[in-house]
Structures are given as structure tokens and as C-alpha cells.
Design a protein around this ligand. Structure first.
Ligand SMILES: [Fe+2]
Length: 469
């Protein structure tokens, strides 16, 4: 396959295809890795952007590659493999796209386009996130089609899952550790569309908790979870289900930005399924929730990375990214929900770009918290810093290096530590001047660089990953 030629010295190399799978036992490490760090970071992201017909259209369309960084007494090992999803295997066999991706469609008749939306013909190209359903590790995209894989070999396993009750899900499920379940949202398109909350504890165990009907089904990439509620914040980037099925345009192009509809906020009691409150605020667009928690019986705090509108989706078309066009920044925004009155207050937590957020999940998700980490900076039009945000006082600190473009910083807590921010951040960084990537290991409290492990090639920008201890 052919790699697109992009500038060698800026972030655009992050959108070039990686045309090999590798297994490297000992990466070259500079600095000191904390001895308690002995698990594996597994990430997924788009890594192949071409078919026989040419380039895929959107960053989110790229074929998923899994990446593994394992820490041990012998140092850091790295492995990469393309996810052998049905979508990937079909592309390998035919040279063409056979499944409907985010913004690129296979060439098909009207009839098969219809069936490809409302049948299992939807893609399973798990390029967005990895998670665990029961004991099974899965790669996820935004369809209800998880693909199981082995975290050591990165081999794709042929596990069949019960289908979620809808068409468009999120790759950001929440863990309900008390019940041993994964909670997720799924949007069902129909003449009476609905946003649904469901729980899953294994490949064959799934239950629908709630279904909220909507006249304007909106795109949702993640949601908030408190001890009692699931919070859906749905901006006015909405689709007409009939147009989605019949317009002949790719999935995301059936959505339009309609700010006059405002942003809907639903608080669903995740234990009973009751819709506790339905609220509305001005139009905003967000991919990522940072955290959410309750304050008393009637108040919920929801933090998210918010855009003024949905133009970020257009700015992530590969043609624009490869031309170096800047992307609009997400800012950290707090919504305070009054469940009794049904009102929403909104304020900026900091005047700083903040995307791909992570928190000390096991400790603070759904609870009051103070720290979040993410990608930021962005003066050059792309994420070029790791940012630590103190959500109490809006203080921001950064880690940055010339010509370096970090990805999502995954927080790993230091075992037994008292402070919420005691631990490390693991971020895959593109060093554009060298044309290769590295894994940066930062002190999560100070953002001091503790160590780095050099990868012998570039790793295309990936979205999300998880640390397995
Ligand atoms: Fe995401």
C-alpha cells in the first residue's frame, strides 16, 4: 500500500499509513521507569488510509491498528497488529471498502445501502477505543460491533456478542464495578428514534435499562456516569433517519448542525431506568465527557470538552488535515444541572484547549474530583502539549517539546498512593523532526518527563487506549 507523502517536520505525518506490523522486544529507553509500572498499555487507532480507489475520506475511516507497550524487568516491548475485523479482511481481499465507515461508503446500490445501515453490514472497524466486556478485551468503534482480541499477541479472536439494541453506539462505555457491568449508550434510528442506555456483563449478557424517545436523534460520542445517573448531553448535530438510510451519503454526512434546537441533557436513573430530568442548554458540540458527579439530591456536575459547533467533524477530513488546516479547539466546560428545576448553568473551567481527557478513573469517575489530563496547546493547529487541568481553580500546566505531538495521556495510578494525581501518564508522541514516535512516561502530578521509549517508526495518531495492570 502507498503512503501519502506529507510534511516530515510537522504533525501531518500522524495521518500517514503505517505499512508494517512489528514486534520489538526492547525499545531504547531514556530515563527511569517507575518499578511499579509493570502492566501493558493497549491502544487502537486508524493506521491505514488507502484503498485501491485512493484515500479514505476522513480520519475516523482509517483501518484500526492495535498497539501494545508492555513494561517489565527487561524494559519496554512494543507490538502492533491490524485488527482483523470483517471490514479489514474484506479490504485485504478485495482492495475496496465493503462496509460503511464514518465518512466513506462502499459503492453500492440504493437497496444495499439501506440494508448496510439497518443490518449487520455496518462496520466493525474498532479504531476508537479498547475496553473489557466481562473478561474479554475488545476494540470498539461507534457501531455496536465489538471485536475481541488477545492483549498479548494482539490476535483478533472470533467472539460473537449479543447486538446492542440500536445502530450507533459509543466507544466510551463506563464501568459499573459494583455490578460488574459495562454501561453504554446506543442510538436507535427509526420513525420514533430513541437514545438508549444498556448494560453488558459478557458476550451473551445484555439488558436495556432505559429508552428515551427523540424527534431529533443527535450524534453522541460519550456520556457521563454518576453514582446514580447516566447523563446524555446531546448537541444539535442531528440526523434525519430516513435521509440517513436513503440519501446515499456516508453516515456522518446525514447529520446537520441545527443550533436552534439547543443541546438536550437527559439524566437517567441508571438503577431504575427512570428519566429523572430532561433539560436544555445552548448549542454545543462535544466528543468527550471528562467526568460527572452528584452534589446533593438535585444537582449534577458534568464536565466536558466542548466546541462551539460541529465544524470539528469537517476539519478532520484527511484532505484538510494533510493540507495542514488547523482544527478548532475544544475547551473544558462545566455544566451544572439542577434536576429539580430542570435548568442548566454553564461555565468555562479554563481558557485552554483540552481534548482526549483522562482522569484517575478507578478512584474519581462519577465522584467529586480535582484533576484531569488531556491534549492541548494547539497554537499550530494541532495538539502539541500534554495538559494537566485543576478543575477546582482552572489552573493549567503543560508538557511540551519542540516538534512533538502527544496523543491521549492515559493516567496510571501509583499503587497505594494517597493523592488523586499520584501516578504516571502514558502518551504516544509523534516526534515529527525525527519522523518517529515514542512513548512518553510523565509524572502525572508535575508533568516532569520520567522516561521515554523510542519506537523505530512513526505511529499514526491513535484515539484511545487502556492500561492493563
Ligand atoms: Fe473518543
Amino acid at each position: 500500500m502507498m503512503a501519502i507523502t506529507a510534511a516530515e517536520t510537522d504533525h501531518r505525518k500522524g495521518f500517514e499509513t503505517l505499512d508494517r506490523e512489528v514486534e520489538v522486544d526492547g525499545l531504547e529507553v531514556t530515563g527511569e521507569i517507575p518499578p511499579w509500572l509493570a502492566g501493558t498499555l493497549v491502544r487502537t487507532g486508524p493506521a491505514r488510509f488507502e484503498t485501491a480507489q485512493g484515500s479514505l475520506r476522513h480520519w475516523f475511516d482509517g483501518m484500526a491498528m492495535l498497539h501494545r507497550f508492555s513494561f517489565g524487568e527487561d524494559g519496554v516491548s512494543y507490538g502492533s497488529r491490524y485488527l482483523r475485523s470483517r471490514a479489514y479482511r474484506a479490504l485485504e481481499e478485495t482492495g475496496s471498502l465493503s462496509y460503511r465507515e464514518f465518512a466513506t461508503d462502499p459503492c453500492r446500490s440504493l437497496f444495499s445501502r439501506f440494508t448496510s445501515l439497518f443490518s449487520p453490514g455496518i462496520t466493525d472497524n474498532g479504531n476508537v477505543n479498547v475496553s473489557k466486556i466481562g473478561d474479554t478485551l475488545v476494540a470498539l468503534t461507534e457501531t455496536p460491533m465489538p471485536v475481541a482480541f488477545d492483549p498479548e499477541t494482539l490476535d483478533t479472536l472470533g467472539v460473537e456478542f449479543d447486538r446492542a439494541p440500536g445502530h450507533h453506539s459509543t466507544a466510551h462505555p463506563h464501568h459499573d464495578t459494583a455490578r460488574g457491568e459495562l454501561l453504554n449508550h446506543v442510538l436507535k434510528f427509526s420513525a420514533r428514534s430513541s437514545h438508549r442506555l444498556y448494560a453488558q456483563s459478557g458476550p451473551r449478557s445484555r439488558r436495556t435499562i432505559a429508552s428515551v424517545p427523540t424527534r431529533h436523534p443527535g450524534y453522541l460520542h460519550s456520556f457521563g456516569m454518576t453514582e446514580r445517573y447516566a447523563i446524555f448531553v446531546v448537541g444539535p448535530f442531528v440526523a434525519d433517519p430516513l435521509r440517513l438510510a436513503l440519501s446515499g451519503r456516508p453516515f456522518v454526512e446525514a447529520f446537520e448542525w441545527r443550533p436552534e434546537l439547543g443541546t438536550k441533557v437527559w439524566a437517567i436513573d441508571r438503577h431504575t431506568g427512570e428519566l429523572r430530568a430532561e433539560m436544555e442548554t445552548d448549542a454545543l458540540f462535544a466528543f468527550h465527557h471528562v467526568n460527572a458527579y452528584e452534589r446533593g439530591d438535585d444537582e449534577v456536575v458534568v464536565d466536558l470538552c466542548a466546541y462551539e459547533d460541529a465544524s470539528i467533524v469537517e476539519s478532520l477530513y484527511l484532505e484538510r488535515l494533510r493540507a495542514g488546516a488547523p482544527v478548532p479547539p475544544a475547551l473544558p466546560v462545566r455544566l451544572t444541572l439542577d434536576l429539580e428545576r430542570g435548568s442548566v448553568q454553564r461555565r468555562l473551567l479554563a481558557e485552554a484547549m483540552f481534548e482526549l481527557p483522562r482522569v484517575n478513573y478507578g478512584r474519581v469517575n462519577g465522584r467529586p474530583y480535582r484533576y484531569a489530563w488531556g491534549g492541548g496547546g494547539g497554537a499550530g493547529g494541532w495538539i502539541d502539549a500534554v495538559v494537566k487541568l485543576d478543575v477546582e481553580n482552572g489552573e493549567v500546566s503543560t508538557w511540551e517539546r519542540p516538534g512533538c505531538y502527544p496523543g491521549e495521556p492515559v493516567f496510571v495510578p501509583e499503587p497505594g498512593a494517597e493523592r488523586e494525581d499520584a501516578g504516571v501518564l502514558l502518551s504516544v508522541v509523534l516526534d515529527a523532526e525525527r519522523g518517529t514516535s515514542l512513548l512518553a512516561i510523565l509524572d502525572a502530578r508535575t508533568l516532569e518527563e520520567l522516561a521515554r521509549a523510542d519506537v523505530p517508526h512513526h505511529i499514526p495518531f491513535s484515539f484511545h487506549g487502556q492500561y492493563l495492570s
